[in-house]
Ligand binder design. Structure first.
Ligand SMILES: Nc1nc2c(ncn2[C@@H]2O[C@H](COP(=O)(O)OP(=O)(O)OP(=O)(O)O)[C@@H](O)[C@H]2O)c(=O)[nH]1
Ligand SMILES: [Mg+2]
Length: 441
């Protein structure tokens, strides 16, 4: 099993990364002192945690991860947080040099210096591994650092590691945006998402907030709750790579199963089952897990997959699901699954017998069964279109353009990025409507 190197950029990217690693540690028995308590897994099951963690000679373990930010405060929060003894010092690109300085100016953040050091940190992880099997990034496309720095990092990774699958989990601007310019940050940096990333996972805070309210019954969810909801989905997405499974055992296989055509590589995720901690421990049935997975409110993006058409669909169950019940549950949902007319991938499904885990004593109850639905679905347009609309509203008045000019963005950048964004929307619209989609186009 080749190694997966993760990189977490900007405040949201790092916080989501940190919540994810906390959960990975729980799932693989890695303690806060970086040692591992080995729980005998399910009979015959193997635990491939070595592809995500480095084993040190003193039998301690650290994540193969790099945290990057232009502001030291959020990196510090992570490096001094719950996993302070687990993360290796070299994971934090800012840690040694920049913590003694005030935060970098945005243009400095976007400059080669920080990216170069981030790449150097990735290189160190890569050199220490037996082979790189892929990269997984997390960031918010709403902030300046998470979008710009991340995009530069992706471009360099593409140059340096061509042919190695790159997966990116990003938060997209939504209508609970904190900052009116989020649409600029996202669109201006979309080129690397389209060109350099193989598998783009589309998520947003509004959808995760909705899950906290609807499923976890939290009255006023905060960012920590949201990050844990996203981390739970990250754990399910990567579960098939970290434990024995019959499907999506590595990023290449996931790419093959989800992306039949280059340029249509934006994936929607629904995770199940989120059960509030106030409920007694319970085990949802396979049928209930499946119902949640196909419920639009469980989707981590603000869109309704039921209104779109599926280009591909992977359903991966977690826990002791009985294959016959899986078939029955999925069969019942078939009428709700509309494929694009040229569909070539269809639905793939698998079971990973490792049960989900949760953070002890927090908002979610431990359940023995779960699952994740990964969908390449044309409904993703409903995430992209409002961003385009907002961009046009601002740009038609040239609002805030001057401050972006000072950061090095020219009018050409605005126009070229806007064209790329509408091309992306157009591709998904065409995929949905065409009766004969030209796969080679
Ligand atoms: N889910 C989640 N969203 C966050 C978090 N922190 C900030 N956000 C959201 O992400 C967007 C801003 O992105 P940040 O990650 O803070 O920005 P950045 O990438 O550090 O970039 P800068 O603008 O340069 O600071 C806003 O929409 C915030 O609501 C977090 O911990 N979790
Ligand atoms: Mg920031």
């Amino acid at each position: 099993m080749k190694d997966i190197i993760s990189f977490h950029v900007g405040n949201a990217g790092q916080q989501i990364g940190d919540s994810t690693w906390q959960l990975f540690c729980i799932e693989h028995g890695i303690q806060p002192d970086a040692t591992r308590v080995y729980e005998r897994p399910y009979q015959g099951e193997q635990d491939f945690f070595h592809s995500f963690f480095t084993e040190h000679p003193d039998q301690t373990y650290s994540p193969k991860a790099v945290f990057v930010d232009s502001e030291p405060s959020s990196s510090l929060q992570v490096s001094e947080g719950e996993l302070s003894k687990v993360y290796s010092l070299q994971s934090f690109v800012l840690r040694e040099t920049d913590t003694r300085r005030h935060s970098l100016e945005p243009e400095e953040a976007a400059s080669g210096g920080l990216v170069e050091r981030a790449i150097e940190a990735v290189r160190l992880e890569a050199e220490a591994s037996d082979g790189v099997g892929g990269f997984i990034g997390t960031s918010s496309l709403c902030g300046f650092t998470g979008s710009k720095l991340n995009s530069e990092l992706l471009q360099q990774l593409s140059d340096e590691y061509p042919g190695i699958t790159k997966m990116q989990v990003s938060l997209y601007p939504c209508n609970i945006a904190e900052n009116v310019t989020e649409c600029y940050n996202c669109v201006l940096n979309c080129e690397s998402l389209i060109e350099d990333v193989d598998l783009n996972f589309v998520m947003d805070n509004k959808a995760a907030f909705g899950i906290c309210k609807e499923y976890l019954k939290l009255e006023t969810p905060n960012l920590t709750n949201i990050n844990r909801v996203i981390a739970q989905a990250m754990a399910s997405i990567t579960c098939t790579m970290r434990f024995d499974s019959c499907m999506n055992q590595n990023l290449d296989e996931m790419l093959q199963n989800l992306v039949p055509v280059k340029g249509l590589n934006f994936i929607l995720t629904a995770n199940a089952s989120y059960v509030p901690s106030t409920k007694v421990r319970e085990s949802p049935s396979t049928e209930e897990v499946t119902r949640d997975l196909f419920d639009s409110s469980a989707c981590l993006s603000s869109c309704e997959p039921i209104n779109g058409r599926y280009i591909s669909l992977n359903v991966s169950y977690r826990g002791m699901h009985i294959p016959k019940f899986v078939s029955i549950a999925l069969y019942e949902h078939r009428p709700r699954i509309n494929y694009v007319p040229w569909e070539v991938c269809g639905m793939k499904c698998g079971i990973c017998y490792n049960s989900p885990k949760v953070y002890e004593g927090k908002e979610m109850a431990l359940v023995s069964k779960g699952g994740v639905k990964l969908a390449n679905n044309t409904a993703v347009c409903s995430v992209f279109e409002p961003i385009e609309e907002k961009f046009d509203q601002l740009y038609s008045r040239r609002a805030f353009v001057k401050s972006y000019n000072e950061l090095g963005y020219e009018a050409d950048d605005f126009e070229a990025s806007r064209d790329k964004w509408s091309d992306l929307i157009y591709r998904y619209q065409t995929a949905s409507q065409a009766t004969q989609y030209d796969l080679d186009d």
